[in-house]
Design a protein around this ligand. Structure first.
Ligand SMILES: Nc1ncnc2c1ncn2[C@@H]1O[C@H](COP(=O)(O)OP(=O)(O)OP(=O)(O)O)[C@@H](O)[C@H]1O
Ligand SMILES: [Mg+2]
Length: 503
């Protein structure tokens, strides 16, 4: 964090100092909510969690070098104590339902501190990314394309909520040029709340899908929430830029909701930053021609799946706004591999079996994208290669949080697997049963689709029936834990090193 005294922090967050012999003590290192990550000069944030109360680790954090603790009550070591937040204020804060009054107070204080830091860093550019799918993938591509322009701070993994978002913002310092933030939403007002913590100059909206449909009620409600990002941007005259996916009608419509300059991206002719000639190589990695107002360049992505084309276009559009050249962008995209785990992580074992581990999460849109990548990979990349098709396996589990449309959504994924001519469908867990029944009803199939009770049964089946050269997609919502299948299959036979696969 930028250097601030405990007294300054207390003033910014509206807290009082306790057990604090020296209010002028400077916080110079990072702000952490995990006491094991605290380093000398840092600030520890005590959060009351479901299983552990951070307040109990305050003394350990100070022993590890924390200058002080941001807390909801005195903890016997130097602390900035913030008062509990009333219920009606909590609703406006984009908080998880299980956060209580004292947790809300600490999170609100963290947000205020992040805002103070952002406001103090005049040369910092904040870039916000939202959408139903692809935020983390795009954030990782953005970190790569912006790297040649100076120091970039981006969250690790998927830090995108009321905790991970301000935690990431607080890592920015005077040497940071670009801060990339992922903005998630579980309800209306959530994206707006995150924008108040770190006001973005550039906002990217990727898509409006059906993720969390159960909580939002409709895609229009999801669009209203995602659009809060473009409403929060500065006007075009003050440098605000909204990067919108022209291929998604609900995102395109957001152009009406912003005073920022709109840059459309996509494959549609109206897109200013556009891809043509999209094709997939034998590893399902997209190749395309990138058209921009500055000219054209050939781009070969290192990430897998056609859905990454839109993510890469958004990253390229932002990089152009920030002053990158086309050559810098093409080179960065060619080198940017999936930096966050279990997202289209494609590995080929020594026996020629390819595992696509996309088990991080699933919703209907990302399921469709992953199934298409599976089909394309097993057909040697969109049929442009000579090799005979490989046998394809889709090992799929429940897509959670879909509410009333859950059965229909699972049913249509099962049918899509048949239409894409996937060789074997293994549906894991009863919650995803409708995928199996959908596949069976779609027609030609019989034994090609099976419903198995759990991960262990799926593994036994795969270990018995997998043959050299097969391609296996593993995907479900995070709660299903299907990565255990991908990990076990990769432990059975070692994967070939990536450089060899790339040849
Ligand atoms: N543009 C896209 N359209 C559809 N699916 C996508 C897109 N980009 C990535 N995916 C797929 O969606 C899944 C989630 O990707 P990613 O983690 O990048 O999204 P996210 O928006 O950060 O998700 P979360 O809301 O869980 O943070 C992955 O399985 C990935 O393969
Ligand atoms: Mg994410």
């Amino acid at each position: 964090m930028i250097p601030m005294t405990l007294a300054e922090i207390a003033a910014v967050v509206g807290g009082t100092l306790h057990d604090c012999p020296d209010p002028a003590m400077l916080v110079t290192a990072s702000v952490e909510f995990d006491s094991r990550r605290v380093t000398p000069g840092g600030l520890f944030v005590a959060l009351p969690g479901e299983h552990v109360d951070g307040h109990e680790h305050a003394a350990a954090a100070v022993s590890a070098g924390a200058v002080g603790v941001l807390a909801a009550r005195p903890v016997g070591v130097p602390a900035i104590v913030v008062p509990a937040v009333a219920m009606h204020d909590r609703r406006a804060m984009a908080l998880a339902a299980d956060v209580d009054g004292s947790g809300a107070a600490v999170l609100a204080a963290l947000g205020k501190l992040a805002r103070a830091v952002i406001d103090a860093l005049e040369d910092l550019r904040v870039i916000g990314v939202t959408g139903s799918s692809g935020k983390t993938s795009t954030k990782d591509l953005l970190a790569a394309v912006l790297a040649p322009l100076g120091e970039v701070i981006a969250p690790p993994g998927s830090f995108n909520n009321e905790l991970g978002h301000p935690w990431t913002a607080l890592r920015a310092t005077s040497s940071t040029r670009n801060l990339v933030l992922e903005l998630s939403a579980r309800g209306e007002g959530h994206v707006a709340a995150l924008c108040r913590i770190a006001p973005p100059q550039i906002g990217v909206v990727l898509n409006v899908g059906t993720a969390h449909l159960g909580e939002f009620g409709s895609r229009e409600a999801i669009a209203r929430t995602k659009g809060e990002l473009v409403e929060a941007l500065p006007a075009a005259t003050d440098g605000g830029v909204a990067v919108l996916n022209a291929d998604d009608p609900l995102v395109l419509a957001m152009a009406e909701r912003t005073a920022a300059r709109v840059v459309l991206v996509g494959t549609s002719p109206r897109a200013e930053v556009r891809a043509t000639g999209v094709r997939l190589d034998e590893q399902a990695r997209p190749r395309l021609t990138l058209h921009t107002p500055q000219g054209e360049v050939e781009v070969a992505l290192a990430v897998h799946g056609e859905h990454n084309v839109g993510n890469a276009l958004a990253a390229a559009a932002v990089a152009l706004e920030c002053g990158a050249t086309l050559e810098q962008i093409a080179a960065a995209l060619a080198g940017a591999r999936a930096a966050s785990v279990r997202r289209m992580d494609v590995r080929t074992r020594m026996d020629g079996v390819t595992i696509i581990d996309d088990s991080y999460n699933a919703n209907p849109d990302s399921m469709r994208a992953a199934l298409k990548a599976l089909a394309s990979l097993s057909h040697g990349g969109g049929g442009v290669h000579d090799a005979p098709p490989r046998k394809s396996w889709a090992v799929l589990g429940e897509m959670a949080e879909l509410g009333a449309v859950a059965v229909a959504a699972h049913d249509s994924i099962g049918r899509l697997a048949v239409r894409l001519d996937v060789s074997r469908l293994v549906v894991v867990g009863n919650a995803a049963r409708a995928m199996h029944t959908g596949a069976v009803q779609e027609g030609s199939w019989g034994a090609e689709s099976v419903l198995v009770a759990d991960v262990e049964t799926a593994l036994t089946l795969l270990r018995t029936d997998l043959e050299p050269g097969d391609v296996v997609l593993v995907k479900a919502s995070q709660s299903v834990g299907l990565w255990r299948i991908a990990e076990a299959l990769l432990a059975d036979v070692a994967p070939i090193q990536e450089q060899e696969v790339a040849k």
